[in-house]
Design a protein around this ligand. Structure first.
Ligand code: BGP
Length: 474
């Protein structure tokens, strides 16, 4: 079993789930600053009813997170100790443009990321930067309706221009939007849009997605103009859908479900709206701008690589009587009797990763990058201070085995692997700190009253060895 010698190993985080310091250094307010933990959360991230007036009594986990803003040197040093050659992180748009529509950026924000990237550089860690990871300045939501509005393309481009120019030479791997297809499941969290009425939901979603796809193509163009070394990726929440039975109706239902996701990558990788989707637009009377310059843009500025997250496969049935679904996921799927699930009800399917990698590579024949994969679990600190997360090691081992098989036996071209949350962070779906993913434990909790002290878990040494042996010792 072998991986290429230049294979990139590391971990992935997002600004709103780690940084905290939401009001430091002239940072503006952002969509996730107003999403509390607890029962209100689901409603807000899905239907977009965040209240931008401060509600005392509620706890907003993104505001404090794990205070990586003040701990990044220590954290990156720990990543380096594990041997990371890549660190995927996102930039908080509202640190750079506090309102989002200014012409000039906030120097304090730029300086912060400059220091972060220089720290990475000192350890020979390649940053992989997500330009927008579930992040939108609150001002753009309040005053423009976020991505529902075409003007967002220019605001986003101005932000990209600032990043590409300022970080030229420090960053070469970029992802335009995190899990662009998550707009289907959590429109507010993913993009800041609010779905006003169910009837026009798809028009609203695909209009906003269309703006993001145009913005992504424009950003790709700009990135290359500023530095031809730049490598741009799209990013998809992936995971193949299986039919519940071999009934052709179930197989067909699974194919249709996968298309919902592939639509986004079809545009970003192939450069045009696929025929099946154009038919759907006609059927649903969804109107989008397909002027010649938009079509040219999409076709001339496709991405260099396909970033994707993989947590599990999905299961679908055409029979409405089959209804038993998993829990704790933003997009519940049918329970698969062949699979176990995590404490949060997410199905665990390592072979599904190999299947998904093959589906993506068969379809696109472009380099893939696994930019998220991991297990969210309740970790226990033993009286001796140890955190024995063998379940996490098992999860990752089985997934990495399948990843290597896809490369080694199936010939998939894979650039790298960044596990999700190498350090504990705020869960996007639940807002909980107790849903931990890290190799590094953070003394922080669901109420935000912890000390933020960092501690290595058992998986820390395990992952270090995996990286050192390029996946040979698992
Ligand atoms: C993806 C997001 C991440 C991350 C991850 C795990 O959808 O890109 O931001 O949070 O899922 O999900 P959760 O945090 O809900 O466990």
């Amino acid at each position: 079993m072998s991986l290429p010698t230049n294979f990139l190993w590391g971990g992935a985080t997002a600004a709103n789930q780690t940084e905290g310091a939401f009001d430091k250094a002239s940072r503006g307010r952002s969509n996730m600053d107003f999403v509390p933990s607890g029962p209100l959360r689901d409603e807000i991230i899905v239907n977009g009813v965040a209240d931008f007036t401060d509600q005392s009594g509620l706890y907003y986990p993104s505001r404090k997170a794990i205070d990586m803003y003040h701990h990044y040197e220590e954290d990156i040093a720990l990543f380096a100790e594990m041997g990371f050659s890549v660190y995927r992180l996102s930039i908080s748009w509202s640190r750079i443009f506090p309102n989002g529509d200014e012409k000039e950026p906030n120097e304090e924000g730029l300086k912060f990321y400059q220091q972060v990237f220089e720290t990475c550089q000192n350890y020979n860690i390649e940053p992989l930067v997500t330009i927008s990871h579930f992040e939108c300045p609150a001002h753009l939501i309040e005053h423009y309706g976020s991505w529902a509005n075409k003007k967002m393309i220019d605001f986003y481009l101005n932000y990209c221009n600032t990043l590409f120019t300022r970080f030229k030479g420090l960053v070469k791997y970029w992802i335009t939007f995190n899990e662009i297809n998550m707009i289907l499941h959590a429109p507010y969290m993913a993009t800041g849009i609010r779905i006003a009425d169910e009837e026009n939901k798809n028009q609203a979603i695909y209009q906003a997605a269309h703006h993001q796809l145009i913005a992504s193509a424009k950003a790709t163009k700009l990135a290359k103009e500023i530095d031809s070394n730049n490598q741009i990726g799209c990013m998809l929440a992936a995971g193949d859908t299986y039919g519940y039975t071999c009934a052709p109706e179930d197989v067909w239902a699974a194919k249709l479900a996968d298309r919902e996701n592939y639509f986004f990558t079809d545009v970003q990788v192939r450069g045009y709206y696929p025929s099946y989707f154009k038919k759907r637009l006609e059927r649903e009377k969804i109107e989008l701008d397909f002027s010649e310059n938009v079509l040219d843009l999409l076709s001339n500025h496709t991405v260099d690589f396909i970033g994707f997250s993989y947590y599990s496969s999905s299961l679908i049935s055409a029979d409405p009587a089959i209804q038993e679904t998993t829990e704790g996921n933003l997009f519940p799927t049918l329970n698969n009797p062949y699979l176990k699930s995590s404490e949060w009800g997410w199905l665990i399917d390592p072979l599904g990763l190999r299947i998904t990698m093959n589906s993506l590579y068969d379809r696109y024949q472009k380099p893939l990058f696994i930019v998220e994969n991991g297990l969210g679990a309740n970790d226990v600190v033993e009286p001796d201070g140890m955190i024995n997360d063998d379940y996490r090691i098992d999860y990752l081992r089985e997934h990495i085995k399948m990843m290597i098989a896809a490369v080694d036996e199936d010939g998939v071209d894979l650039m790298g692997y960044t596990s999700w949350g190498p350090i504990d962070l705020v869960s996007a779906s639940s807002g909980e700190l107790s849903k931990r993913y890290g190799f590094i434990y953070v003394d922080q909790n669901n109420e935000g009253t912890g000390s933020n002290e960092r501690k290595k878990k058992k998986s820390f040494e395990w992952y270090k060895q995996v990286i050192k042996t390029n996946g040979a010792v698992l």
